[in-house]
Design a protein around this ligand. Structure first.
Ligand SMILES: C[S@@+](CC[C@H](N)C(=O)[O-])C[C@H]1O[C@@H](n2cnc3c(N)ncnc32)[C@H](O)[C@@H]1O
Length: 200
């Protein structure tokens, strides 16, 4: 049953309505980079990152559900991808060294995370200088959508406020996803006050 959820996550993430190529184009991971995919689900994006960063890079697929992590390792094995490390959600800060990551990717998971300001304060310690946190999550589009009915969404103001509290500044937002925010945060190195991020 849980494996089926992993399959469904990947089916949905890979569909045209999720704009995976457009998302990858904006993120544009390069060879050798180290990326954490927090709330990796079935690993659709972890696997894409793994191909892009190549053997010199590393992808940490982080999830609280061990069955999803097993599923991701199996898919990686089938594709001959050896640079994916799976990490249990509760062990992220013990398993990933400080100053390690170029990108932290959090798709459709931010709204699930508890104590987000302190959580991302800790995530900040895992980032290398210049590292980014990319958050894609549902906005409340209203009506009878699953995400609106069950509260699986978050406002941009909430994300920005919590991330500012965690020591990040919104650097960029992309507006092409019809139902989600796509926000790029960098570390607030000198305590600047939040400004308006350029869109695209
Ligand atoms: C809606 S799924 C998104 C999966 C994937 N990111 C995608 O875009 O297809 C949310 C995922 O977050 C995971 N999750 C929930 N709470 C978490 C936590 N505290 N730490 C890590 N993963 C968590 C769930 O197990 C689930 O796989």
């Amino acid at each position: 049953m849980k494996r089926l959820r992993a399959v469904m996550f990947n089916r949905k993430a890979s569909g045209p309505g999720s704009f995976p190529s457009e998302i990858m184009e904006r993120i544009s991971p390069s060879e050798g980079q180290r990326i954490a995919d927090i709330g990796a689900g079935g690993g659709f994006f972890s696997l894409l990152f793994s191909e892009k960063v190549g053997p010199k890079g590393v992808v940490y697929a982080v999830d609280i559900e061990p069955v999803f992590l097993e599923y991701i390792l199996e898919r990686a094995g089938e594709r001959g991808l050896r640079n994916i490390r799976v990490v249990r959600g509760g062990e992220i800060f013990d398993s990933i060294p400080g100053n390690e990551l170029d990108i932290v990717f959090v798709r459709n998971t931010y709204h699930h995370l508890p104590d987000r300001t302190s959580y991302f304060g800790e995530v900040g310690k895992l980032l290398r200088p210049g590292g980014k946190v990319i958050i894609i999550d549902y906005r409340d589009t209203g009506g009878l959508s699953f995400h609106s009915l069950f509260g699986h969404h978050v406002t941009m103001e909430t994300v920005e406020k919590e991330m500012n509290g965690a020591g990040f500044l919104l650097e960029r937002s992309y507006g092409f996803l019809p139902r989600q925010w796509f926000l790029v945060f960098g570390k607030d190195l000198d305590g600047r006050s939040p400004g308006t991020a350029p869109g695209g």
